[in-house]
Design a protein. Structure first.
Length: 241
């Protein structure tokens, strides 16, 4: 098995090395005969030292000039050589237990892919409540969070990858497509729960509760318009880091 780990990154010089170190540590623990991997960082038009740091860490770096999360992930997938793809955000940390569970899932031959529950440290009470609510929906409906999506490369290609008409929530769209692809072939899409992905709470730190609430309401009341216009998605695209 050859695993391609794809990291979309826009101005991530503060966090990219933590992510890359977590990948190295997690995969080193899980090395076994016949298992190989590559790490691809997609520079999504960064103006800081993201690319330089990624190259120093030994990652393959590819460039995507248009600032869009799904497009960056698709660009990384195009450059990938693995038969399985693992997309992880640059502000997130893998762990050895999660990688063990992912490899076991793959080895069963019963799955098209998976996501993971998440842990965000140091959240305020309302942030914890929102995270618990998302976890319920994620596990119940088998929706992956964008911070981690794992899938077979052939399935990813056949369903068309991440929807480039969407600027957010495209991971939910992809989860639905992968589930349908898998169902036709007797394969499942699951959410791993034993070893949560640790991801940065920086949005809660960078934006006020009112700003986040306004963003959520905008998407809920007009999902199509909001998700297809990055000007209506400042929490994802205004560049705060």
């Amino acid at each position: 098995m050859h695993l391609s780990i794809i990291i979309p990154a826009f101005n991530e010089e503060r966090l990219i090395m933590h992510c890359l170190d977590s990948i190295t540590d997690s995969l080193t623990v899980n090395q076994k005969p016949g298992f190989t991997y590559e790490v691809i960082v997609v520079d999504n038009n960064s103006t800081d030292k993201t690319t330089e740091l990624a190259k120093q860490a030994g990652a393959k770096v590819v460039f995507e000039p248009i600032n869009q999360i799904g497009r960056a992930r698709n660009t990384g997938a195009t450059a990938a050589t693995g038969d399985w793809l693992l997309f992880v955000d640059a502000d997130s940390l893998l762990n050895p237990g999660m990688i063990t569970d992912i490899l076991k899932m793959i080895e069963t031959g019963k799955y098209v892919g998976c996501g993971s529950v998440m842990h965000m440290p140091d959240l305020p009470w309302w942030g914890n409540a929102a995270m618990r609510l998302w976890t319920v929906f994620s596990v119940l409906f088998h929706w992956a969070s964008g911070a981690l999506v794992v899938c077979r490369a052939d399935a990813f290609c056949e369903v068309g990858g991440f929807n480039q008409e969407m600027f957010a929530a495209d991971e939910i769209d992809l989860s639905q497509l992968l589930k349908k692809w898998g169902q036709k072939r007797g394969l499942k899409f699951t959410i791993l729960t034993r070893h949560p992905l640790v991801t940065s709470p920086r949005k809660v730190q960078l934006y006020t509760g009112q700003e986040i609430a306004n963003q959520i309401l905008s998407v809920l009341f007009s999902p199509r318009k909001a998700l297809q216009d990055k000007k209506k998605l400042p929490i994802w695209y205004d560049g705060r880091r």
